[in-house]
Structures are given as structure tokens and as C-alpha cells.
Ligand binder design. Structure first.
Ligand SMILES: Cc1cc2nc3c(=O)[nH]c(=O)nc-3n(C[C@H](O)[C@H](O)[C@H](O)COP(=O)(O)O)c2cc1C
Length: 201
């Protein structure tokens, strides 16, 4: 069966640092003997119409979200994915607001899992995080890691690893960071990614 790789671009800068990391990962995956056959779905969150969660708790009653916007097309992509890659800049110590809005709308999936006790994902799957921050403080990624871990938990995704880079601020800074783009390309092309995709059932 064809594997599905979902790539979530969290930055509003289409050609910014974290988008370059994601593009490099996908380039590697396109040259991976196994992953090259996966269907790649790119979600550029800043190009989607995603209203923030209103906290109305309709999903607690019905398991559905009453807001009719692009999230209705994104939910099935998240549920069907065999691998989820997320890239985000650090904005005020956490993920971008665009990405956080998408994650908050997954309250519907939280509700299905913990209130409705419905296991909507049957397969085993993995995910990774890529992030850049202007600051040199390695702790600047702690909050984003927690947010993504909690998002992955709701989606039954194992947090495999992350690729985070400090002192990356202006566009193209990531290209000057020795080994950064190569690391993502290499991971995309690796047997490790093939194994993670194969393990997904
Ligand atoms: C609104 C905003 C908030 C930011 N907040 C932080 C921050 O709290 N800590 C930090 O280290 N960098 C911060 N930055 C810098 C970005 O993380 C950095 O420029 C990153 O490389 C942007 O990635 P991108 O090019 O993929 O958008 C902020 C930038 C913006 C625009």
C-alpha cells in the first residue's frame, strides 16, 4: 500500500529557514529508494484558512468541529498519514501562531480519543520536528518540543527526533549553518526513514 508522508510547513515565510529545512528533507526522501514512492502532502499552514479554536466544546458532544474551513480537509490528511514532518520558526518561545491554530483545532481529535474513547488511528507512525530560532539559547526549543509532543500524542504519532538550530534569524541564515540542510537531506534519504515508514502498519 502506498505510504503517505505529510509535511507541515509552520512558517509564514515560504522561502524562510524552516521551509528550507523541510524542502531539504523532502528532497532527500525523493531520492530514498523506499520513501520516493510515498505520496507527499504539503500543508503550508499560513496559506490555509484555519480559524482558531473557539473552545465551544461541540466536539465533546458530537466528535465533529463546527467550524467550516480548511481544517475539514486537513483532518483526514493527519489521520491517514504514515509519517508527519513539522517545521516551524520559534515565535516568542514556541511554535508559530499559524501552526498553533492548526494544532488547537485538533482538540476535536483529542476529544475523540479521550472523551469519546474512539481510536481513530490504527497504524503505528512516527514524526519529526524541525525548528530555527534567532537566539543562541538551546532551551529556546523546549516549549515547541512540548507542544509538538502533545500534538503527536493526540495523533498516535511517536516523536522520533528533532532537528533544531540556534542563531538562525534572517532568510538564508540556515544555508550558512554548517551541515544543517545536509542533515535533513541525509535523514530523508536514509534507511532509518525507510524503516520508520515500513514499520508503520
Ligand atoms: C514574531 C517573531 C517572534 C520571534 N520570537 C523568537 C523567540 O522568541 N526566540 C528566538 O530565538 N527567535 C525568535 N524569532 C526569530 C525566528 O525564530 C527566526 O528568525 C527563524 O529563523 C525564522 O524562521 P523562518 O525563516 O522559517 O520563518 C522570532 C521572529 C518573529 C518574526
Amino acid at each position: 500500500m502506498e505510504k503517505k508522508l505529510v509535511a507541515i510547513y509552520g512558517s509564514p515565510r515560504r522561502d524562510g529557514n524552516t521551509s528550507e529545512l523541510m524542502d531539504s528533507f523532502l528532497d532527500g526522501a525523493a531520492h530514498n529508494d523506499y520513501a520516493k514512492d510515498a505520496q507527499v502532502e504539503r500543508i503550508i499552514v499560513s496559506s490555509q484558512k484555519i480559524t482558531p479554536c473557539r473552545g465551544c466544546r461541540s466536539c465533546s458532544k458530537t466528535g465533529e468541529c463546527i467550524i467550516d474551513d480548511d481544517m475539514q480537509q486537513i483532518y483526514p490528511l493527519l489521520v491517514d498519514a504514515d509519517f508527519i514532518a513539522i517545521s516551524t520558526p520559534i515565535f516568542f518561545t514556541t511554535v508559530s501562531g499559524y501552526l498553533k491554530a492548526m494544532i488547537d483545532r485538533c482538540q476535536r481529535l483529542w476529544s475523540l480519543k479521550y472523551e469519546h474513547k474512539k481510536k481513530i488511528v490504527q497504524k503505528k507512525r512516527y514524526g519529526i520536528l524541525m525548528a530555527c530560532a534567532g537566539s543562541g539559547n538551546p532551551k529556546i526549543f523546549d516549549c515547541a518540543r512540548m507542544v509538538i509532543r502533545s500534538f503527536f500524542d493526540v495523533l498516535y504519532v511517536d516523536y522520533h527526533t528533532d532537528f533544531v538550530y540556534n542563531k538562525v534569524d534572517h532568510k538564508k541564515d540556515i544555508e550558512k549553518k554548517a551541515g544543517a540542510l545536509d542533515s535533513l537531506y541525509d535523514f530523508g534519504k536514509s534507511e532509518e526513514l525507510a524503516r520508520l515508514l515500513r514499520e508503520g502498519k
